[in-house]
Write a protein that binds this ligand. Structure first.
Ligand code: GLN
Length: 503
């Protein structure tokens, strides 16, 4: 049996079901691993002692029919967890403990999972590097000088460092897929309406979607099966027939038509990404798929449209943080003074920038010129996808225009930071499902991802394509492997020392 923390979710589940390993042993192993990886700063709030208690309780009377039996899982700190602090990476929610549970996390606990802790993220999920978090930046376990991506950076970092066997993130404009790509992991952004938004701290409500992040496609399918349910508590939740994604997973993608959009060949795209993309098409051909050249003519307008729609919705959603009802409050001389002080001290720079942009584009006089126009562009982008989906079953693109960048490299240049979302935001604007899978490394050995975009509600299809490609790609997160082996060596050395000492 593999070292516990390096096991894939499905291996752990199997081992629990065969009673080869207990929930307590698994939980202890991940806690131990987390304690040794503190410098990554993946956690905002640990829930270790409650997790251990739950694990012991599970072992006393294990229900082995559950899909995640006694499996400890850490989640992005954007999901409200009943009785456990939920900050959204912000000072303004530093002291907020919800009295209710998000539907997505509730689904996981109902299927036997145990909350290990809350993972770091960009403040209110606004960012592409996890550097906007009030709780500090997160390191990429591939190389500690690199960002893990964002906004689900803590989730991706924890997953790649084996701190959690699987995790969930949220994706408004790429926050699951981009960090997955930067850390050599898998991330699925489901169709809008597939996973309930109830109990997720809102950023941009027409774009936000929760989804699984995992070490391989099979684990991703299993978690998607658990979290995707219709929910009457979310008015945008959609009641459609969901697949049993993991048991229906197949590598047979023969005859599938996969589109390659010419507009994604952007200026200045590194040669390595171009090569990776071509390799991806070759793998698909080897699997019996047919490659079709397609055009998505409005792709260029997706990024500007996103950076109008998302801040507009954010400015409206974040109006609720006023220091009156909950969260941080800074005392003022009068009510208006209190509002102003609370919001300028409670929100970080990036969040304030978005609130200002959002308020501006929604203000009378500018609404038509910016917000309304962006919504029209959004519709054109959606139409582009509808048109090509008459000809193809899915689309293959790179996940990001570069590999992980250095901590601090883009933090003072918002536009260059926003450009990182170029391949991911069209998917959110059109409400489509898309998955990023690790597909290779650049010259420095840093992971690069490929993105498979599907038709609405066609998660099974993109999971299947990803599953088939995963086998051909046979990606090994070499640097992480090295990192893990090295820490294991230190651990073994310590055991040896201890034995000599006690003799
Ligand atoms: N990086 C994008 C942004 O900052 C996407 C964020 C997200 O998907 N939550 O808006």
């Amino acid at each position: 049996m593999n070292d516990i923390v390096s096991q894939k979710l499905t291996e752990l589940v199997q081992n629990v079901k065969e009673r080869k390993i207990s929930s307590e042993e698994i939980t202890k192993a991940f806690i131990d691993r987390s304690n040794k990886s503190k410098t990554l700063n993946s956690y905002i709030t640990e829930n270790f002692s409650a997790a251990l208690q739950k694990a012991k309780k599970f072992d006393e009377k294990p229900n082995l029919d559950l899909k995640l039996p006694g499996i400890p899982i850490a989640v992005k700190d954007l999901f409200c967890t009943n009785g456990v602090r939920t900050t959204a990476g912000s000072k303004i929610l530093n002291n907020f403990t919800p009295t209710y549970e998000s539907t997505v996390t509730q689904n996981m606990w109902n299927d036997g999972a145990i909350l290990l802790g809350k993972l770091n993220c960009d403040e209110f999920a606004m960012g592409s590097s996890n550097e906007t978090s009030f709780f500090g930046n997160v390191q990429n376990p591939i190389d500690k000088d690199l960002v893990p991506g964002g906004s689900s950076g803590g989730s991706a970092s924890a997953l790649a460092a084996n701190i959690t066997p699987i995790t969930i993130g949220t994706d408004t404009g790429g926050s699951i897929r981009q960090p997955a790509s930067f850390t050599g992991t898998v991330g699925l952004k489901p169709t809008y309406g597939s996973c309930s938004r109830y109990g997720i701290v809102a950023f941009a409500s027409s774009l936000d979607q929760a989804g699984p992040m995992s070490k391989n496609v099979k684990d991703c399918a299993l978690l998607q099966e658990v979290i995707s349910t219709y929910d009457s508590k979310d008015s945008t939740s959609i009641d459609f027939k969901r697949n049993n994604y993991s048991s229906e997973l197949t590598k047979n993608i023969k005859g599938k038509k996969i589109g390659i959009p010419k507009e994604y060949r952007v200026d200045g795209m590194p040669k390595e990404i171009e090569t990776l993309w071509s390799k991806g098409t070759q793998y698909l051909k080897n699997c019996g798929a047919e490659i079709v050249d397609i055009s998505l003519p409005h792709t260029n307008y997706a990024l500007p449209a996103y950076y109008i729609v998302a801040p507009a919705e954010a400015s409206s959603n974040l109006a609720r943080y006023d220091g009156v009802k909950y969260g941080f409050r800074s005392n003022g001389e009068n009510l208006i003074d209190m509002y102003e002080k609370t919001r300028s001290e409670g929100f970080g720079d990036e969040v304030q920038r978005r609130i200002m942009i959002g308020t501006y584009v929604l203000s009378s006089g500018y609404y038509d010129a910016y917000y309304l126009k962006a919504q029209k562009v959004r519709k054109l982008i959606k139409n582009d996808f509808d048109e090509v989906y008459k000809k193809v079953d899915a689309i293959l693109t790179p996940s990001t225009p570069s590999s992980a960048f250095k901590i601090g490299e883009k933090s003072n240049d918002p536009v260059s930071m926003y450009l990182n979302d170029i391949f991911t935001v069209p998917v959110n604007l059109a409400g489509l499902p898309a998955i990023s899978i690790p597909a290779g490394v650049d010259a420095k050995g840093y992971p690069l991802g490929l993105q498979i975009i599907g038709k609405p509600f066609d998660e099974q299809n993109i999971l299947n394509i990803a599953y088939a490609m995963e086998e051909k790609i046979n990606f090994k997160n070499k640097i992480t492997d090295w990192w893990i082996k090295w820490t294991m060596k230190i651990k073994n050395f310590w055991f040896l020392e201890k034995r000599i000492f006690t003799k």
